[in-house]
Each structure stands twice: as structure tokens, then as C-alpha cells.
Ligand binder design. Structure first.
Ligand code: ACO
Length: 307
């Protein structure tokens, strides 16, 4: 665990600046030898135990990550192996901070098609490996982590009272790639590269677009703000989260915020927040939960879920 005070020793920053601009107080960084798949396996194991399931019950593993252990094989196949899952398929999804929403939407569509019954969806990232630790504008914002959920097929009636994923909304616009990107890759520089970001542009874009996809999820399902039990946004920055919730008219007490504890963990941030809110008793069976995220690309999206 790395606190803001410890970062003061690395770059010209302060705990006050980081807390005031982002709400972040600490983040976790992998130890020597730990990788994205190591964390993904731990999260997957915890999700299977929580669901009362074993490796034979899973027929698809989807891992959302932008920081795979290797260019290939996929991190999902390593998680599959680490969990002892021998059947079905496994693949990665790359949509940066929106990765978990993209992965959840993919799981939902595989299940709705009837081809798969139980999907392990993992969000896992090791952003510490792609940060420029001399750039105070970015290195203070991110952390490492992983979270996972199990999505299972169940018959529904098509009503808002159904349990499961009620709708997912996915969007992207590749014109904005220069606002948030990594300046390397296997097909360009042959190096891993470092994260680069125009913070102010990302902030403005984030609030506007997030509101759009949340409203579209409501419109598609007929749900209203008042029906919502919890708003679980991508945990990038407390100010983005609060500005989005305020514009949508979602009361602050319904917003789950965990960014103070782990910084921006990209595709891992939503499952980490879900885990915290379930364990502390906020999210209960039957609750209506809105998830949303925006990330590099830009990509953005939402998912309305009945827990
Ligand atoms: N410590 C101290 N000072 C800093 C730091 C730091 N870590 N970083 C930047 N500064 C300085 C800048 O150099 C600048 O100084 P100057 O005025 O002398 O030039 C000053 O602080 C203000 O910089 P801004 O970039 O204007 O600060 P801003 O209020 O926009 O906050 C921030 C920066 C926090 C990055 C904000 O723009 C933001 O949150 N953007 C969204 C970015 C984000 O969350 N990205 C995550 C990935 S995408 C996603 O997940 C949505």
C-alpha cells in the first residue's frame, strides 16, 4: 500500500493536492513477482467461493485488462488455468477503464444467446507498470487491483423486477485517442510505453458522456432515478463521480465511492467497489444498481443490474 505522503518523496506533490483534486488517499501496488493474472486468480477464487461454485461450473472466463502479463497468451487463459477451469473458453477484453462494463456486456450477450451458462468476469490491472513515475500529473492517480463476479443464466420475464443484467450500453469514439493513451506497444514501438493524459479534457468529457449512457440505460428499461438503490461508477476521481451523480440527480448517499482506498484501478475499479459495498451490507439481493465507466479510446458505457 502506498500513501499520498509516500508519493511526496517521489514527485513534487502533496497529500492535500491529491485529496482535494481526486479524493485518493492511498493505492495498492503489486509486489515483486505479482502480475495482473496473479491478482485476477485471487479475485476469481474469491468470487467462486462467494457463489458456492467450483471450477467445473464455469464455461467462460472473460478478463478485462489493459495491462496483461504478456502480449499473449491472454490473461484470461492464465486465470482459467490458475483456477483449474478446464472446459469452455477464455479471452481478454481491452477497453481500458470501461473494460469491466464491456466484459459484463459480453458475458450477458453470451448468456442470452444460450451458448454459455456461467461466466466468470474479471477486471484486473497493474497500472503501476505503465506509469511514468516522474510525471506527477498521472502517477498519483492510479493503482493496481482485481475484482471478479460470476454471471449465471436464469429465466426472466423481461420486467424491471427481473434479477441480473437488465441492460448494457456501450460506446466509443476513437477520435479522442490522444487525450489518454499509452505511448508504446508491441506493434508500434516494441516497448510497453507509459500512460499519457490530458487530465482536464478527460474530466470534461467524462462527466458529459457518463450522464448520456446512464440516461440511455434508464430509457431502455423504463427505470427511473428514484428506483435506483446504488450508483457504482468507475472509481477514477471523486470529483468526476460527484459531478456526474449531481447532474443525474442521484443523491450522494446512494453513490458508492472507494477511490480513496485504491485510486484508479481501471477495469478493476467497479468490481472492487461492488465487493466493498456488498461486504459492508449496502448492496443486498434485489437492489437495483447502476454501473458506469469511461476510459481511454475514448470508450464509455453503463450497465443496469438487479442484484
Ligand atoms: N501534485 C501537485 N500539483 C500537480 C499535480 C500533483 N500530483 N499534478 C498536476 N499538478 C499541477 C499542475 O502542474 C498545474 O500546475 P500549474 O497551474 O502551475 O501549471 C496545477 O496542478 C493544476 O493542474 P490541472 O491539470 O489543471 O489540475 P486539475 O484541477 O485539472 O486536476 C486532474 C488534475 C486531477 C488530473 C484532473 O484533471 C482530473 O481528475 N482529470 C480526470 C483524469 C482522470 O481521472 N483520468 C483517469 C483515467 S480516465 C478515467 O478513468 C475517467
Amino acid at each position: 500500500m502506498v500513501t499520498n505522503r509516500e508519493l511526496e518523496e517521489r514527485v513534487d506533490t502533496s497529500d492535500e493536492w491529491i485529496v482535494q483534486r481526486t479524493g485518493i488517499r492511498e493505492r495498492h501496488i503489486v509486489a515483486e513477482g505479482e502480475t495482473t493474472s496473479v491478482m485476477g486468480i485471487a479475485a476469481g477464487r474469491a468470487a467462486l467461493a462467494d457463489a458456492g461454485l467450483g471450477p467445473d461450473d464455469i464455461d467462460l472466463v472473460i478478463c478485462a485488462t489493459s495491462t496483461p502479463d504478456y502480449t499473449f497468451p491472454s490473461t484470461a487463459t492464465q486465470i482459467q488455468d490458475g483456477l483449474g477451469i478446464r472446459g469452455g473458453a477464455a479471452f481478454d477484453i481491452q477497453a481500458v477503464c470501461t473494460g469491466f462494463i464491456y466484459a459484463l456486456a459480453t458475458a450477458d450477450k453470451f448468456i442470452r444467446s444460450g451458448s454459455h451458462r456461467r461466466v466468470l468476469v474479471v477486471g484486473a490491472e497493474t497500472f503501476s507498470k505503465i506509469l511514468d513515475w516522474t510525471d506527477r500529473g498521472t502517477c498519483v492517480l492510479f493503482g493496481d487491483g482485481a475484482g471478479a463476479v460470476v454471471v449465471e443464466a436464469q429465466e426472466g420475464t423481461g420486467a424491471l423486477s427481473d434479477r441480473g443484467i437488465l441492460t448494457t450500453q456501450l460506446r466509443s469514439d476513437g477520435r479522442y485517442r490522444d487525450r489518454l493513451y499509452v505511448d508504446g506497444g508491441p506493434g508500434s514501438t516494441g516497448t510497453t510505453g507509459h500512460l499519457r493524459m490530458e487530465g482536464r479534457d478527460v474530466f470534461k468529457f467524462a462527466v458529459g458522456k457518463v450522464i448520456d449512457v446512464v440516461r440511455e440505460a434508464f430509457a431502455e428499461t423504463g427505470a427511473e432515478i428514484g428506483d435506483l438503490d446504488w450508483f457504482v461508477p468507475h472509481q477514477a476521481n471523486r470529483r468526476i463521480i460527484e459531478a456526474s451523480a449531481d447532474k443525474l440527480g442521484i443523491p450522494r448517499e446512494k453513490v458508492v465511492i472507494t477511490v480513496d482506498r485504491h485510486g484508479n484501478t481501471s477495469a478493476a475499479s467497479i468490481p472492487l467497489a461492488l465487493d466493498a459495498a456488498r461486504k459492508d451490507g449496502r448492496i443486498k439481493d434485489g437492489h437495483l444498481v447502476m454501473l458506469e465507466a469511461i476510459g481511454g479510446g475514448f470508450t464509455w458505457g453503463s450497465a443496469l443490474v438487479r442484484w
